[in-house]
Structures are given as structure tokens and as C-alpha cells.
Design a protein around this ligand. Structure first.
Ligand code: AMP
Length: 536
């Protein structure tokens, strides 16, 4: 793998591919095929319009993109970058208040909105504290909406400037390329700023490792609010490949989608593989077109890899590992059917070796390096280390640390790992805290607890991942509150209105006394045993 070229920014690869392969498909979405030239022109037109109307240098150098699975949102992501901004994805599937909070905190003054985003737009921006520029490139007539949102500037398709009006201005490689919000343990999502320099290092490593070229066809299984989507878009566009975006309905039928789209690169969370296995979509030899089958985002069960490797016999299977703060993925492990089964632990695949230039440190609670072969928390540093959280020096200082005896900053992943000094790969053993993965999404149980506490009006609420699906992963959430009798259905409904679907408790239970462990803390294990006993 090549050492990253430090002078590029995220849009450079796409622009170079648009020069080299103007007529090749950059994007297939919802029955529409968009060529590189057409996608560049749409993005350039939006970028020129943004530059004319957004608040110029006074605003945060970020533009929000509100939508999903449409050519408009992908053009919007690129438009933000051509404007010289970072992009902030907003998810129409999230509760309106959460989206509004993210928009407010990001400091964005402009939003690019597709038809999905449009359905929720009024609720998100009505009475917003500042005036916004709202670009609706798929709408011919925005006059009615403009009347009901007089505080904002709305521009439809007719008001967009031509692509030729776009003027390229240089972008600093330390500027933010995208801002993503992840679950926060104190109840407020954390904004992770990812710089161009970070993501260029990642993309360079990936195109080189997988030898991507213009004949490749990438899956796109992730929402744009999940950083793994950055791999799909920018690794594909770096080398002129095509991004094949399934509609929400096609996403439910992955077998048909892989076959009909002739995918060569598959990338999903392991949960999708689990689902495919359960639905018998991993029969041997089913996916001959795949060159690589890649998984990331949560512990990868051995059975999923074995079944996927058989279903895609021409593909190499890899397990990628990494938190958003270290830019998408920062270690990886190649599956070898002969050697790997003996290297797995707790039924999950090892997370392997660091990306080029990334350094691993396994530490104890005092952040001192543990001896090889001992378990500890994984810390990492290198070109993919992001600059920290948006407007939150306290959380940044807690997670981005200089360990004793070291000179540079490392990110504390909160993941428990073991690395030996021999040939054995690094293995993932779970979390040191209460973060879990639900269907691949990162969830701080503390964030759910703070919502349930407020909605139930109680002092103590405990959320647990349940049913458990593996090391640190679960299918959903169950919450316990310390109380006699409460309207648990009402609590559940109000919590659902405030949290994304995957975080909303499936059940809220009252217990007059929550069990305590010898340290006087709520005994989560005992609560899990209550759930397990109820299931048995
Ligand atoms: P996110 O920031 O949403 O990408 O979540 C990052 C967290 O997901 C990591 O800190 C791990 O706990 C978990 N994770 C990601 N990839 C893997 C993997 N391959 N194996 C085990 N856990 C993983």
C-alpha cells in the first residue's frame, strides 16, 4: 500500500475520474444511471448556486445534505465539496428534533434537500434560529413552500446556476471533509470532524489494496449518516468505478441486488451477512461476480464469513475494523479458510493489522502499554486520527490522549483487544464501556438511559442490548426503570419519538429495586440474566 499523498482533498479523485471517464457510470440509483460527466455537472451547478447564495465566509464551512438513496443526495455530497465545504449528512429516518439539533450544532447555513428530506423539511427548519439557504434541485415549483417558510431562502431547479458558473477554489487538507454525529453517553450526540487529510489517507490505502478500476461496481448498503458510506462513494469514485445504490426495497432483497447489479465489491455490516444467511441467501456459488466481500462495523461471526466465502467463491473476504474517530477503518484481516478458523476467538474473526502509517498501542487502565499477549484497550494514532469532537474540548480531551511516555496523541477506542508478539493477529474481545452495536449502528446505552430517565421521570434507568447477537452486538434494546408501576407503553412511545428506530427500547420494564453488584452499581449482568430467564 502506498503512503498517502498529503496534498489532495476528498473531491480530487472524483474530479480526476470525471476527466478520465466522462461517459462511464458513476452512479446507479432508483433506475437512473448517472455518468461521471453528468454527476460532476450536477454537483458543479449546485456548488455554484451555493457559492452565490450561502453566507460566504461568515458561515461555518459546512453544507448539510438532507435525504437518502437519490441521485440528488450524492450530487449534494459532491456539491458541498466542490463548494469548498465539508458535508453534513442528515437522515430523513431520524426523529425531527434530533436532526434539527444536529443541523443547529453543525453551524451549517445551507441544505441540499431531496424528495425524502422534503417530507420532513418544514418540521426541521420552521422557527430555526437563523436563516438558511434551502436548495431543492428536484423541485420545479417551490413557491408554496417558500411562503410557509418566509425566514429562509428556497431555490428550486429553475434557480440553479449552470455548471460552468462553478469556480474552483483551493481547500485546505486540514479542513473538515465531513461531520458525522455518533451516539453520546451523556445523552447528546457527538459531532466527529473528519479532515480531508484523514480520509484521503484511508481512500489511498483502499484503492491500492483492492486494485480498484473503472470496471468495479460497488455496493452501497449504508445510510450516509454512517461513515462506512464514505468507503463506497469515494473509493469507487477515486478510480472511475460505479456506485450501485439499492432502493430501500431492493436493500431488503440483497441476493437480487448483488446479482442484478453485477457487483464486484460487497461492503456491509456483519448483521446484513447474518440476515442473508438466515434467509438462505448465501448458497454456495451464488455470487460469482464479487472480487471482494468486505465487512466492518461490528464483530464478524465466523459462520457468516464461511458462508459468504462459499457464496462468493471468487472473492477475497476481509474484516475491517475502526471507529468513526479513526476514519472509517484502521485495521484489517484477510480471511484464509485454512489458517483463519484457528485464529478466531469468541466465535468472531480477528481484526488484524493496522492500515499504512497507523500505529497500535494496547494499554491498561493507566494507559500504560501491556505486555504482548495480554488484554487491554486499543489506542491508535496515525494519518487517520481525526482532529476531535465539534465544540467539545472536554470529550475530545478524554478520548484523544497522549499516553505516558509518548509524544503524540492517540485515540482511545474503548475496544478490548489482544495482540501477541508472534504471528497471531490482533483479536477483538468486546468493549470496556457501555457502548454497543445494534444492527451495526453505534449506540451509547447511556444516551438511551438519559432519554428513558426523562420520559419516565425516574432517577435510575438502565438500557441493555437485547437479544444479544455476539461480542458487543445486539438486535435491539430493552430498558429497566427503578419504579413501582408506570405507564411503560407511554414511556416507550415518547422515547421512540426522540431516538432513531434502532435505539428505541423494544420494551420498558419496571423493577421496584434494581439489583446491585458488590460495588453498589446496578448489576447489568443480573438484569441480562432476568431477560435470559424470561426467554427460556
Ligand atoms: P463506528 O464509529 O460506528 O464505526 O463504531 C466503531 C466501533 O464499532 C468500534 O469501536 C468497535 O467497537 C466496533 N467495530 C467496528 N468494526 C469492528 C470489527 N470488525 N470487529 C469488532 N468490532 C468492530
Amino acid at each position: 500500500m502506498r503512503v498517502p499523498d498529503a496534498t489532495r482533498t476528498l473531491r480530487a479523485g472524483f474530479l480526476a475520474s470525471a476527466e478520465r471517464f466522462p461517459q462511464r457510470p458513476a452512479l446507479e440509483v432508483d433506475g437512473e444511471t448517472v455518468s461521471y460527466a453528468a454527476l460532476r455537472d450536477r454537483a458543479a451547478s449546485l456548488a455554484a448556486t451555493l457559492a452565490k447564495h450561502d453566507a460566504g465566509e461568515a458561515a461555518a464551512p459546512l453544507t448539510a445534505v438532507f435525504g437518502q438513496r437519490s441521485s440528488c443526495v450524492f450530487a449534494g455530497v459532491l456539491a458541498s465539496l466542490l463548494r469548498g465545504h465539508g458535508y453534513v449528512p442528515l437522515n430523513p429516518g431520524f426523529p425531527v428534533d434530533r436532526t434539527r439539533q444536529m443541523l443547529e450544532r453543525s453551524g451549517c447555513r445551507a441544505l441540499i434537500v431531496d424528495a425524502h428530506g422534503l417530507r420532513h423539511l418544514e418540521d426541521v427548519v420552521r422557527d430555526f434560529p437563523v436563516s438558511l439557504l434551502l436548495l431543492l434541485p428536484d423541485e420545479d415549483d417551490v413557491s408554496d413552500l417558500a411562503k410557509s417558510l418566509p425566514q429562509h431562502t428556497l431555490l428550486g431547479r429553475d434557480a440553479l446556476l449552470p455548471a460552468a458558473a462553478w469556480e474552483s477554489a483551493p481547500v485546505d487538507e486540514d479542513a473538515v471533509a465531513y461531520l458525522l454525529f455518533t451516539s453520546g453517553s451523556t445523552g447528546i450526540p457527538k459531532g466527529v470532524k473528519v479532515a480531508h487529510r484523514n480520509v484521503v489517507a484511508f481512500v489511498d490505502a483502499m484503492v491500492e489494496r483492492y486494485q480498484i478500476d473503472e470496471n468495479d461496481r460497488f455496493s452501497q448498503t449504508f445510510d450516509l449518516t454512517f461513515d462506512l458510506s464514505v468507503f463506497d462513494m469515494f473509493v469507487a469514485w477515486e478510480r472511475g468505478a460505479c456506485l450501485c445504490v439499492p432502493t430501500q426495497a431492493q436493500k431488503m432483497l440483497p441476493q437480487k441486488y448483488v446479482e442484478q447489479s453485477h457487483l464486484t465489491i460487497w461492503f456491509s455490516v456483519p448483521s446484513t451477512g447474518v440476515l442473508m444467511k438466515r434467509l438462505r441467501m448465501l448458497k454456495p456459488g451464488l455470487y460469482p461476480s464479487l472480487r471482494f466481500s468486505l465487512f466492518c462495523g461490528e464483530a464478524l461471526p465466523v459462520e457468516v464469513v464461511e458462508a459468504f466465502a462459499a457464496a462468493a467463491p471468487a472473492s477475497t473476504v476481509e474484516n475491517l475494523y475502526g471507529p468513526t474517530e479513526l476514519t472509517i477503518a484502521c485495521t484489517l484481516y484477510r480471511w484464509d479458510p485454512e489458517r483463519s478458523p484457528a485464529e478466531c476467538e469468541l466465535g468472531v474473526v480477528p481484526i488484524g493489522d493496522p492500515y499504512p502509517g497507523m500505529e497500535v498501542l494496547v494499554v491498561d487502565e493507566e494507559l500504560r502499554e501491556v505486555a504482548p499477549g495480554e488484554t487491554g484497550e486499543l489506542l491508535m494514532t496515525g494519518p487517520q486520527l481525526t482532529p476531535g469532537y465539534l465544540d467539545d474540548p472536554e470529550k475530545t480531551a478524554a478520548a484523544f490522549v497522549v499516553p505516558p511516555g509518548r509524544e503524540c496523541t492517540f485515540y482511545r477506542t474503548g475496544d478490548r483487544v489482544r495482540r501477541s508478539d508472534g504471528a497471531a493477529p490482533m483479536v477483538y474481545l468486546g468493549r470496556v464501556d457501555n457502548q454497543i452495536k445494534i444492527q451495526g449502528y453505534r449506540v451509547e446505552l447511556g444516551e438511551i438511559e438519559s432519554v428513558v430517565r426523562e420520559e419516565a421521570g425516574v432517577d435510575v434507568a438502565i438500557a441493555l442490548g437485547w437479544p444479544r447477537t455476539g461480542a458487543g452486538s445486539a438486535e435491539g434494546v430493552v430498558a429497566f426503570v427503578q419504579a413501582g408501576d408506570l405507564d411503560t407503553t407511554g414511556i416507550q412511545e415518547r422515547a421512540r419519538a426522540r431516538l432513531p428506530n434502532y435505539m428505541a427500547p423494544r420494551e420498558v420494564r419496571c423493577l421496584a429495586e434494581l439489583p446491585l453488584n458488590p460495588n453498589g452499581k446496578v448489576d447489568r449482568k443480573a438484569l441480562l440474566e432476568i431477560l435470559a430467564a424470561a426467554k427460556a
